[in-house]
Design a protein around this ligand. Structure first.
Ligand code: ZN
Length: 239
């Protein structure tokens, strides 16, 4: 292939890689952000049973405290009963104890149902913890891959820039200016391959005569539609 064209193709590769790297530098942090959000909302959802469990646990403690308070109250009432002489007062205290005992019975029933619910929830919470652990592993691995990728970008950019500077030295000023001008007008692509008479830049057909010429000529030819510098490439031939 023509020497000039080969240089331009290599130059184009550097430029395309640099564009790709700069897009990656923008996109990867967004990917990480998305991953973080997905995981934290998954975590929030899966921790609902645990929250319910903790709430019930608190209600259990609260109920136990209520019973203790009722018991203490009853002990005191019984002590006071020993000193009471008046029958009316004595009857009132009996009534007080009766009410306290009935409240205690209600709370005990409640505690039994809380304990049953806690048993059921603890099985779910254990399962949820395992699921969460697995998801956390997957999330952290995925995040690490993206972060590693992100960390190599700077070094890659330096490599491609160096390659580009070296190549540029071998390209004439005129040709470089032509390439840059076309590239600027064509979304960063100044040189493009043609296969089966189709320009891979604009996907339009190349006229037969030009297509023939492209496969033989030593001139730098342009796509009549997008104006990019074109070269013939057999896509079925392994590179
Ligand atoms: Zn074209």
């Amino acid at each position: 292939m023509k020497e000039n064209l080969l240089l331009l193709i290599k130059l184009q590769e550097c430029d395309s890689q640099l564009v790709k790297l700069s897009a990656k530098r923008k996109k990867l942090p967004e990917d990480i952000d998305k991953l973080d959000k997905e995981f934290s909302s998954f975590k929030e959802g899966i921790e609902k049973n645990k929250m319910k469990y903790n709430e019930l646990k608190a209600r259990h403690t609260e109920s136990e405290n209520k019973i203790k308070k009722l018991n203490d109250g009853m002990v005191k009432t019984k002590e006071r009963m020993l000193e009471v002489k008046n029958n009316k007062e004595y009857q009132a205290m009996l009534k007080e104890i009766e009410i306290a005992e009935s409240s205690r019975g209600d709370i005990e029933t409640l505690i039994i149902s809380i304990l049953e619910e806690l048993d059921k929830l603890s099985i779910l919470v254990k399962k949820d913890d395992e699921t969460l652990k697995q998801s956390r592993n997957e999330y952290e691995q995925e995040k690490k891959i993206i972060e590693d990728d992100l960390n190599t970008i700077d070094a890659d950019v330096v490599d491609w820039e160096k390659k580009r500077i070296d190549l540029q030295k071998s390209v004439s000023d005129d040709l470089l200016a032509r390439y840059e001008k076309i590239k600027k007008r064509n979304k960063g692509v100044g040189v493009i391959s043609v296969w089966k008479a189709v320009c891979n830049g604009c996907h339009m057909n190349i006229p037969p005569q030009l297509y023939n010429e492209l496969q033989k000529s030593n001139e730098l030819l342009s796509c009549p539609n997008c104006n990019r510098i074109i070269y013939f490439q057999d896509m079925e031939k392994p590179a």
